[in-house]
Write a protein that binds this ligand. Structure first.
Ligand SMILES: [Zn+2]
Length: 144
């Protein structure tokens, strides 16, 4: 048997992809990451820096406390957003991988199906080629 996977990659260009792949590509572009997690981290750090600046300037304690708390809040949002973004990326990669595997299987099946008709059986009596499914030789009538 020939290497089907090698043949599959060869015909990949003119093979119509299964409908599923298009949906996943659309999902990937439409979904996107809602917010840049680094924006939250940056804001959080800025809030910390600002709180130190407020303290240094002799601002009231509660004012600095609010700045520190908002710093924590932004950092927490960073980790939440980052975690969610990573999970989404992971899921998207897995979905794309599964679609690709499914796609490869479909190509392999299509190639096998196409090759089925091309397999010929040589008659042991007269030597002529017959279809694989043929029970009798088309030339001499011998049982194959
Ligand atoms: Zn024959």
């Amino acid at each position: 048997m020939t290497d089907v996977s090698g043949m599959a990659s060869g015909i990949q260009m003119d093979f119509t992809p299964p409908s599923g792949t298009g949906d996943i590509a659309g999902l990937a572009s439409a979904g996107g990451v809602p917010q840049n997690p680094l924006g939250f981290l940056f804001t959080g750090i800025m809030a910390f820096v600002a709180s130190f600046a407020f303290m240094a300037m002799g601002a009231p304690g509660w004012f600095s406390a609010i700045a520190v708390l908002s710093g924590f809040a932004f950092c927490a949002m960073y980790f939440v957003t980052k975690g969610r973004a990573e999970k989404e990326t992971e899921e998207r990669a897995r979905a794309a991988y599964e679609a690709e595997e499914r796609f490869k299987d479909e190509i392999a099946d299509a190639v096998k199906e196409r090759m089925k008709g091309a397999i010929k059986v040589r008659c042991g009596y007269c030597g002529s080629l017959n279809d694989e499914k043929a029970n009798k030789c088309g030339s001499c009538g011998a049982t194959l």
